[in-house]
Design a protein around this ligand. Structure first.
Ligand code: NDP
Ligand code: GDR
Length: 337
């Protein structure tokens, strides 16, 4: 067990919730930054939140926002973390086409605000930057640490900026900054707008008679989908190394959106072609055709390797949705016998 203190931005998100669990299990005191008006609420971390007055409670939440640099400085001053995990972002690629300026203000400049807070406070904390495979964009697979960044969305451009800022602060000010270049990772806690969760949820709800159709965009896009709890373990391992470096984290396999649909629908015994409709609203102005990560460096240096691949991931997510649908309202009225 450790007496380390970690600060997590984006603690209410998918990764933040798994990372908080992991760090608490290792004995860390965990401080999380939450927005006063959270997009996702405290649902994913409700089971970790205790009575703040209790000295034994090792998780604390603080209001803050990536748009507010002064608050980030005050928070670092107060919390004095030994490790900072910067996970917060406007993380939805599709939304980034609708809100490119906001995405830049939060996902790109929010990173600079936090790095500046670290530089100004002078804390010797290690810093993790949630970089993304989306940065590779048009670069053909397999993508590794040295592959060119050719981002194809405002989100990816913002992440590429954050990636370079983290490297720049390492080189200019000797800050211990680490980029985890994470390929897609999913779980039952994935946001509902992301394609895997949307598919798993629809398959389960259709099987339970609670929904009829699933509207999707590009079925041909191929992604390297891994399991989120394994990916937060890689984040932690990166910060335990004395040398600050950048690592790709991926499964090395790719499947199409159509494949993922097939896995989920087959799992509930349905023919997806009877339920899936193509809707142009979900087609992006530009999309990334295929991502397949080469995580051999993470395997060699961090001893990290994936255990869960897309077919099993689809089953895990669909089972979770079946359970949720079972607790739901039941079939649509007109479908009841
Ligand atoms: P989520 O979308 O689930 O979570 C995003 C988090 O950021 C939420 O806690 C959200 O808070 C917070 N946030 C958003 N805007 C602000 C803001 N202005 N100020 C403070 N907090 C804010 O993302 P994931 O957990 O899936 O991903 C974590 C990080 O990793 C993100 O940076 C993402 O871009 C990146 N990434 C994710 C990958 C994936 O496959 N999941 C792959 C590669 C990178 P709220 O609850 O208030 O909305
Ligand atoms: P992505 O994930 O853009 O890779 O970003 P998402 O699940 O949104 O899309 C994956 C692929 O599926 C196609 N697609 C659809 N996507 C959504 N969301 N909804 C649909 O209806 C739909 N139909 C087809 C998309 O066009 C795309 O090709 C995620 C986020 O978590 C980022 O924050 C992270 O950096 C990257 O993964 C790695």
């Amino acid at each position: 067990m450790t007496s380390k203190t970690a600060l997590i931005t984006g603690i209410t998100g998918q990764d933040g919730s798994y990372l908080a669990e992991l760090l608490l299990s290792k004995g860390y005191t965990v401080h999380g930054v939450i927005r006063r008006s959270s997009g996702s609420g405290l649902g994913r971390i409700a089971h970790l939140v205790g009575d703040e007055r209790d000295e034994e409670v090792r998780m604390r939440l603080h209001h803050g926002d990536l748009s507010d640099g002064a608050r980030l400085i005050a928070l670092l001053d107060r919390v004095v973390p030994s490790e900072i995990y910067h996970l917060a972002a406007q993380s939805d690629v599709h939304v980034s086409f609708e809100q490119p300026e906001y995405t830049g203000a939060i996902t790109a400049l929010g990173t600079t605000r936090l790095l500046e807070a670290l530089r100004i406070t002078g804390l010797p904390a290690r810093y993790y930057q949630a970089s993304s495979s989306e940065m590779f964009g048009a670069t053909p697979p397999p993508q590794a640490e040295g592959s060119p960044l050719q981002p194809r969305s405002p989100y990816a451009v913002a992440k590429a900026y954050g990636y370079w800022m983290a490297r720049n602060y390492r080189e200019s000010y000797a800050l211990h900054t680490v980029n985890g270049i994470m390929f897609n990772h999913e779980s039952p806690r994935r946001g509902e707008a992301f394609v895997t969760r949307k598919i798993a949820r629809a398959a389960a709800r259709i099987a339970c008679g609670q929904q009829r159709f699933l509207d999707l965009g590009n079925l041909e896009a191929r992604r390297d989908w891994g399991y989120a709890p394994e990916y937060v373990e890689a984040m932690w391992r990166m910060l335990q190394r004395d040398r600050a470096d950048d690592y790709v984290v991926a499964t090395g396999t790719s499947y199409s959106v159509r494949d993922f649909v097939t896995f989920c629908f087959e799992h509930v015994g349905l023919d997806w072609e009877r339920h899936v409709r193509i809707d142009d609203r979900y087609v992006r102005p530009a999309d990334v055709a295929e991502l397949v990560g080469d995580a051999s460096k993470a395997q060699r240096v961090l001893g990290w390797k994936p255990e869960v691949f897309a077919p099993e991931l689809a089953r895990i997510m669909t089972d979770a949705e079946l359970e949720a649908a079972g607790r739901g309202k039941g079939p649509l009225p007109e479908e009841r016998e």
